[in-house]
Design a binder for this molecule. Structure first.
Ligand code: SAH
Ligand code: SF4
Length: 380
């Protein structure tokens, strides 16, 4: 049997909560900042590295907190610029974290813009019919510490990539909460995690470079609009009418467009920043020119950016992506109206980078080998 620690992850603590724990033990207030510096600024991977803390304190920390609640079990680099990490949590749940590199002219991959895509749940309860993450329903929410730990795992991996990166400590440009799960259905853990990611004593990452993607939970969109940290918002629209949207996204029954669009409008008004509308193009479902025209009207009203994503095939699901010509025709309707639109080139298709697919495959492989004693994964 594998040892499963029951301590809470250190990466879920805020400066205040850690200070309070340490004060209960009679430690001076500055200790919390020292410990968090080891984790986020120096990227220590064991308690023993924290040399300015006495041995008894390090022993207490090791007893009290789990330093790293996520272990890298698989790192897959695709032929393009996507790097996918499969992480295992203490209960053997699997989650995915993706690094997307956008190379900049003439400077090579080491200096590319990096976007990190993180997960917020194991599985998803929303039941979108096209999505691998939701196929087996929701297993559980991630804790704040598990959400933050994904970013540290990315940092460790990036630090080790090149001597130069190691010397400088790797960083990234954007965080998108677009991995597995519906982030707004795990609201409190999400906000706590993003607060830690944003804080000066944490990863120090600007809120304006963090985008939260939702399938459209209206009350939580309004709650997010009122948060003091101004995170960006992306809406997974995928249908420009209720009938198309309801066909592929059950959430549209509770929050149809007449409720969703005003909430998005309210969010934009509060933040003064462009919201993104994500629109997966699925052949014969939402890729007609009529849908394109209606999407154009919605984007214009909301003054929103549109991200068109050619559908990534999921094993066992019937949906297909439209031809390149059809994708372009759809995009042209929006371009002609001067809507800000990107038609995403497929990234990471060769490493199952679409939402939840690598996990699904690994879970299926695990089921097949279920007769064997589960082995302890080899950290990379
Ligand atoms: N639950 C949130 C965030 C995670 S899903 C949401 O739905 O917004 C992240 C994005 O991946 C969403 O826009 C989702 O619709 C998209 N996605 C899911 N399955 C996909 C597939 N097979 N091909 C392309 N995009 C997919
Ligand atoms: Fe959940 Fe998003 Fe997938 Fe829908 S698209 S099932 S909300 S992860």
């Amino acid at each position: 049997m594998k040892f499963v620690p029951t301590q809470p992850p250190l990466t879920g603590e805020t400066l205040d909560s850690l200070t309070a724990r340490l004060q209960e033990r009679g430690e001076p207030a500055f200790r919390a900042k020292q410990i968090l510096d080891w984790v986020y600024k120096k990227r220590a991977r064991s308690w023993d590295e924290m040399l300015n803390l006495g041995k008894p304190l390090r022993a207490w920390l090791a007893d009290t907190f789990d330093l790293s609640p996520a272990t890298l079990v698989l790192g897959k680099q695709s032929h393009d610029v996507t790097d996918k990490l499969l992480l295992e949590l203490r209960d053997r749940s699997l989650i995915e974290t993706v690094i997307i590199r956008a190379p900049q002219e003439g400077v090579g991959l080491d200096h590319s813009r990096k976007t990190i895509c993180i997960s917020t749940q194991v599985g998803c309860a929303m039941g979108c019919t096209f999505c691998a993450s939701g196929l087996a329903g929701l297993k559980r929410d991630l804790s704040a510490g598990e959400i933050v730990a994904q970013l540290l795992q990315v940092c460790y991996r990036e630090d080790a990539r090149t001597p130069r990166a190691r010397a400088e400590l790797a960083s990234f440009d954007n965080i998108v909460v677009m991995g597995m799960g519906e982030p707004l259905a795990n609201y409190d853990a999400l906000i706590r995690a993003l607060t830690i990611v944003n804080a000066g004593w944490g990863l120090g990452f600007g809120a304006r470079r963090i985008t939260v993607s939702t399938s459209g939970l209206v009350p939580q969109i309004l709650r997010l609009a009122a948060e003091p940290l101004g995170f960006r918002l992306a809406i997974s629209l995928h249908g420009a009418t209720d009938d198309v949207r309801t066909q592929i996204m059950p959430v549209n029954q509770a929050y149809p467009l007449a409720k969703l669009l005003p909430a998005v409008q309210a969010f934009s008004a509060q933040h003064g920043r462009m919201v993104s509308l994500e629109f997966i193009l699925i052949e014969g479902v939402n890729d007609s020119l009529e849908q394109a025209g209606l999407l154009r009207d919605i984007a214009r009203d909301l003054h929103a950016h549109v991200n068109l994503i050619p559908y990534n095939t999921v094993e066992g699901l019937p949906w297909k992506r439209p031809s390149a010509t059809r994708q372009e025709r759809f995009a042209d309707v929006l371009r002609a109206a001067r809507i800000s639109v990107t038609l995403r080139r497929e990234k990471g298709g060769d490493i199952d980078a679409a939402c939840g697919q690598l996990r699904l495959k690994t879970e299926r492989e695990r089921e097949l080998s279920a007769l064997h004693e589960p082995s302890v994964p080899t950290p990379l």
